[in-house]
Design a protein around this ligand. Structure first.
Ligand SMILES: Cc1cc2nc3c(=O)[nH]c(=O)nc-3n(C[C@H](O)[C@H](O)[C@H](O)COP(=O)(O)O)c2cc1C
Length: 170
């Protein structure tokens, strides 16, 4: 299925929604729950066996996913604000927690993500930051975008996870 053209129509999650997906080590979706499918606006056949970037929204900076993969491949968990694309072109924001799953030898066998509704006050802060990062990526490169985010976090004296957690609690 080709990607939908983004519209400005938002799909709002309810406070009770927990959107769950699991992937293999490469980020291929191996499981998703009903609320996830509803938010994405697709069925199992549209999601299972597909790379997780099937819901990637063009408004998301590449640098966020770089940071994301660097962390989870090291076995660390991450919390992030993510804007996702629906199959009908609409979008939905999530506060995502992603963790690695390990086998008995301690090797990573896949990843697990649980997402909740974002705090609208947090969105007001993260949106201009992502916008700035996107423009840096367009006019310069991803390394400068990573640097911009890292400088900003350093100024605040927090990690990206702490920052996302703080935004969720505003
Ligand atoms: C468990 C797990 C959950 C993910 N969830 C999302 C998601 O909800 N939205 C998203 O855009 N990318 C998600 N990703 C990251 C994608 O694999 C991918 O890196 C990202 O969409 C960037 O795609 P691109 O490399 O084509 O730019 C997830 C990855 C994993 C391992």
């Amino acid at each position: 299925m080709s990607k939908a053209t983004p519209t400005n129509i938002e799909f709002e999650l309810s406070e009770q929604d927990f959107l769950v997906s699991k992937t293999d080590k490469r980020g291929i979706i191996t499981y998703c729950n009903e609320p996830f499918m509803k938010a994405a606006g697709g069925e199992e056949k549209d999601l299972l066996g597909k790379p997780h970037n099937v819901v990637r929204h063009p408004d998301m900076p590449k640098a966020v996913f770089k940071l994301f993969w660097d962390k989870i491949q090291d076995g660390n968990e991450i919390f992030a604000y993510v804007k996702n694309l629906r199959f009908d072109g609409g979008f939905y924001w999530v506060y995502a927690n992603v963790t690695a799953s390990f086998d008995e030898k301690g090797d990573i066998i896949g990843y697990y993500s649980v997402r909740r509704k974002v705090n609208p006050k947090g969105l007001d802060i993260i949106q201009p930051i992502y916008k700035k990062m996107l423009s840096i990526e367009k006019n310069s490169n991803i390394n400068d975008s990573v640097r911009y985010l890292n400088d900003l976090l350093e100024e605040k004296g927090v990690s990206y996870e702490e920052f996302s957690n703080d935004l969720q609690r505003l």
